[in-house]
Write a protein that binds this ligand. Structure first.
Ligand code: NDP
Ligand code: MG
Length: 387
């Protein structure tokens, strides 16, 4: 079919990746999947490569690039091994838009290189902007970086036809996670199972834990600060348990424009691919007559310390958000493995932030070095706690 948008998906095996493929399936007359990458799940990757008949795939973990299942890839389908080779494949002229759906700071190099080379990017990977927003944003042309994160897609839409200079506040909504209204003592004994039980969204393990600690909202505040070039103090977190309002922009005149809809990541993923058009919804619609209430609360930043730590990193700026993010990734990994308590997550992040000598962001290499330093510090802090 002629005239279809040619899509590459980095991280196609994850929660956002598979939902993006669902959108591509439903709009096969408009979207042509041309490249897919996975990190470790090569069996799923192979199945998607066959379904979408892609000419090339990427396996970003080189240890999986020789998995026997890859012999079942479609005839002639090449394998790009490692992240750099996967990014090179996305830079090919046959790719119109790249969805970055990998998790963690692993998305940084991809986002930076693709934006620098002028590719259009649909960005789910918030960590790349948290860590590298100062490097990436000055390179972005209008319409080149389309947010997939639901709140940021919402804010982007609340700005359509408006003047950003007339912003009074951004209201960044937050479900509150599974531990809403719990105290610090209760959080200390929270299990992995409790923390993975998110009330409104079904997501990958790392972001689900971040949603329980509220670090996700702290990261999203930094993401919004970069995407919309708004000071952190003008981005206010609002607990909204029903996840129907995805965020709001309040303008100078007191008018508040909100974005509402179903809690389904396929909607913002699709909008990033259809922009500036709107296509038939991939998800069930909301019947507002069936909703009894939309509720709002202020977040508890004393209990959910991650939100306060992210705010501090956003104020300090420079390399501090990189340290916040890296320490958090290691701490969340340790919690998921049973090596750290739930409240240990923010304690480890704080310890690593306290040890960091902040500097202005100057290069990708500097950020990769600092990310490595923070990971080492976080691992040491976790090991010393269990001694
Ligand atoms: P998942 O854990 O479900 O998926 C992660 C994807 O990244 C998988 O394809 C995985 O490959 C790949 N991956 C894992 N580690 C690496 C690595 N080191 N290098 C390259 N690729 C890697 O995550 P989600 O889909 O939940 O989240 C993806 C991103 O989107 C995150 O940044 C998250 O914050 C953001 N996001 C997610 C939302 C959601 O609803 N899930 C909502 C809004 C934002 P494999 O499986 O093959 O190992
Ligand atoms: Mg979000």
């Amino acid at each position: 079919m002629e005239g279809r948008k040619r899509v590459a998906v980095l991280g196609c095996t994850g929660s956002v990746g598979t939902q993006t493929l669902d959108v591509c399936r439903q709009h096969a007359d408009r979207l042509d999947v041309v490249f897919l990458s996975a990190h470790s799940r090569t069996a799923e990757l192979t199945a998607y490569a066959r379904e979408f008949e892609v000419a090339r795939v990427g396996v970003t973990d080189p240890a999986h690039a020789g998995d026997p299942v890859l012999s079942e890839l479609p005839a002639g389908c090449g394998v790009a091994a490692g992240m750099d080779a996967a990014i090179d494949a996305c830079l090919a002229p046959e790719v119109d838009i790249v969805v970055i759906a990998v998790v963690g700071a692993a998305g940084l190099t991809a986002c930076y290189r693709l934006i620098k080379a002028g590719k259009t990017v649909a960005l789910a990977n918030k960590e790349s902007l948290v860590v590298g927003g100062d490097l990436i944003m000055p390179l972005v042309r209008p319409g080149q970086l389309l947010p997939v994160d639901s709140e940021h897609s919402a804010i982007f839409q609340c700005y359509l036809g408006e003047r950003a200079s007339e912003t009074h506040l951004i209201w960044l909504t937050c479900s509150g996670g599974p531990f809403f209204e719990r105290g610090r003592a209760e959080l200390a004994s929270a299990t992995v199972r409790d923390a993975l039980a998110h009330p409104t969204w079904n997501m990958g393990a790392k972001i689900t834990i971040d949603s329980a600690t509220l670090m996700n909202k702290g990261l999203e505040r930094i993401e919004a600060m970069h995407l919309f070039q708004v000071d952190v103090d003008r981005i206010r977190v609002l607990i909204h348990r029903q996840s129907k309002i995805h965020s709001m922009v309040e303008y100078a005149d007191g008018s508040v424009i909100a974005h509402l809809g179903a809690s389904d990541m396929r909607i913002p993923a699709q909008y990033a691919l259809s922009y500036p058009e709107r296509w038939e919804t991939p998800a069930p619609r909301v019947d507002f007559r069936t909703l009894s209430a939309l509720t709002f609360d202020a977040p508890d930043m004393e209990t959910f310390r991650c939100l306060a730590l992210a705010e501090e990193a956003a104020r300090v700026r420079g390399t501090m958000p990189c340290v916040l993010n890296a320490a958090n990734e290691v701490a969340v990994g340790a919690f998921l493995d049973g090596r750290l308590t739930f409240t240990g997550i923010d304690e480890v992040v704080e310890t690593v932030m306290d040890a960091h000598q902040v500097a202005p962001v100057d290069s990708l290499e500097q950020l990769i070095d600092i990310d490595g330093w923070a990971r080492g510090r976080a691992s040491a802090a976790i090991a010393s706690r269990s001694r």
